[in-house]
Structure formats: structure tokens, C-alpha cells
Design a protein around this ligand. Structure first.
Ligand code: UDP
Length: 253
């Protein structure tokens, strides 16, 4: 069984798949049927900037099996660079869609990361929303190497199909890639603040703000300490404009 992948675009040299939520769910189904390990990442402008500063993170993103376009500015950049992306596919909505499908098809999920109690609260909420859902393990843990043995042992015992990891980027995806050979799952995906949103620890921007590409402003209002990380946004915009002016050369190298 092989998977048919959607088209791959390049945003400032970072690969991103052009896909919809429905296609994402189909790809997860195919990954599980295939049986081997797959790493899913959710690309936003902060990822793109971090990958330019950290070669190890850049390698992780290039090796990932599937890269979801998570970020309104990513779609805008795609339009400017002739790398069209049809839909924004966020980590948090993907977790919810996958939970819905998992309840229907018996896929087992494991929630790793976030502050103590948050992943289990998110699991409880999703299980109420999608009866029959099996979240076979939740654990806060940490991306520190000293915690890895305990975490891997818990995952092995729970035997999930899908592992969601919420340690923020780049830590979560570097952790997944580092433990790839020891993860007995079909899909591992870094989900950032998804458990916080689902558990109600943080709140998503209203729909109109999401549609207007202003979700970042809402997050900044809720979590002002993010301002330093968010300097990635203007830098991303400047680099996209410069790349466009230079004719988007070298975008596939
Ligand atoms: N987190 C964690 N351990 C860490 C660092 C972060 O569990 O050492 C969690 C944090 O509690 C939050 C998530 O990782 O639930 C990251 O959320 P954030 O909103 O920063 O993610 P982003 O999507 O912006 O990368």
C-alpha cells in the first residue's frame, strides 16, 4: 500500500503540502494502513524563520513525511511566490478531525506534552464529543533527554496508532525525529498549543480574526510574552517580498 501525496510547494525553501482537511484525514488513513512510521509537521512563518536559523530543525522539516500549511501568512506568501496553497490546515483543527475519525475507525491516540493535566483534560473533552474515541495515554513529560526512556516505555505499553506531541516548535518536532526509530506508531505529529486550546487553557481567535489573518494578534493579546517569537512575522514578510522581487529563484534547492 502506498500513499498518494498532494502537491508539494516551497515557501522560502521549506516544503509545504497543498492540501485540505478532508485530504489530510485521508492521508492519515493511508499512513495507518501502510503501517510504517510517518512524521507530520504544521508549518507556520515562525517555523520557516526558525528553520533558517537552526540547520537541525531545517533537516527535520525536510525529512517530515507531511507538512501542513498552518498559517494565514503562509497562504499569502504562497500566492506571492507562485506556490499556491488551497487551504489553511491548522494543528488544532486537525487534532479534532482526526479524533472524530479515530472514534469511527478505532484508531488509538496518545497525547504527549503540555502542562500537567492539560492533555488529559483535552482527551476527556474530545472523548465526550466523539463517543468511542480511545485516547490510550496522556502524559505531560518534557522534551528533555532524561525523560525520554519513561515516555517511550509509556507509549510502547499503550500501543497507539497516532501520537500527538505538544512541546512547542522546534522542540516537539526535533524530539519526534530524534526518537523516530523507537516510536512504534504510524503517525507522530507536533501540535503546539492544540491541547491548550481544546482544554480551554487558551482561547482561539474569533472566526472573523482567523479569516482576516489576525490570529497572531489575538495570541499576542492573550500571551504577551510571545512578542519576541512574533518578530518572526515581519521578518518572514520581508523575506517573502525580497524573494518575490528576485523572481523566487532557488526556491526548490
Ligand atoms: N510545552 C511543554 N513542555 C515544554 C515546552 C512547551 O509541555 O518544555 C507545551 C506548552 O505547555 C504548550 C505547548 O507545549 O502546551 C506549546 O504551545 P505553544 O502555544 O507555544 O506552541 P506553538 O504552536 O506556538 O509552537
Amino acid at each position: 500500500m502506498t500513499t498518494d501525496y498532494p502537491p508539494k510547494r516551497f515557501i522560502l525553501d521549506v516544503p509545504v503540502h497543498d492540501l485540505t482537511y478532508a485530504e489530510t484525514v485521508e492521508l492519515f488513513r493511508s499512513f495507518i494502513a501502510e503501517g510504517r512510521f510517518h512524521h507530520v509537521v504544521t508549518i507556520n512563518p515562525e517555523f520557516v524563520i526558525a528553520s533558517r536559523r537552526q540547520p537541525a530543525f531545517r533537516r527535520v522539516l525536510r525529512q517530515a513525511d507531511l507538512a501542513l500549511p498552518d498559517g494565514a501568512f503562509l497562504l499569502l506568501a504562497g500566492r506571492m511566490l507562485g506556490q499556491p496553497l488551497r487551504q489553511r490546515v491548522t494543528g488544532v483543527d486537525t487534532v479534532a478531525y482526526i479524533a472524530q475519525e479515530a472514534a469511527r475507525y478505532g484508531w488509538r491516540l496518545f497525547f504527549l506534552g503540555a502542562a500537567p493535566g492539560v492533555a488529559s483534560r483535552a482527551a476527556q473533552i474530545l472523548t465526550q464529543r466523539y463517543p468511542g474515541l480511545q485516547v490510550v495515554g496522556t502524559y505531560a513529560g518534557s522534551p528533555r533527554p532524561t525523560d525520554a526512556a519513561d515516555i517511550l516505555s509509556l507509549i510502547r505499553q499503550a500501543a497507539p496508532h497516532i501520537l500527538f506531541v505538544a512541546y512547542g516548535a522546534p522542540a516537539q518536532d526535533v524530539w519526534i525525529e530524534a526518537h523516530r526509530p523507537d516510536l512504534p506508531v504510524q503517525v507522530a505529529m507536533g501540535v503546539g498549543g492544540a491541547f491548550d486550546f481544546i482544554a480551554g487553557v487558551t482561547y482561539r481567535a474569533p472566526r472573523w480574526m482567523q479569516d482576516a489573518g489576525l490570529e497572531w494578534l489575538h495570541r499576542l493579546y492573550q500571551q504577551p510574552w510571545r512578542w519576541r517569537r512574533m518578530t518572526a512575522l515581519p521578518l518572514f514578510a520581508i523575506l517573502v517580498v525580497l524573494r518575490r522581487l528576485s523572481g523566487n529563484k532557488n526556491s526548490h534547492t
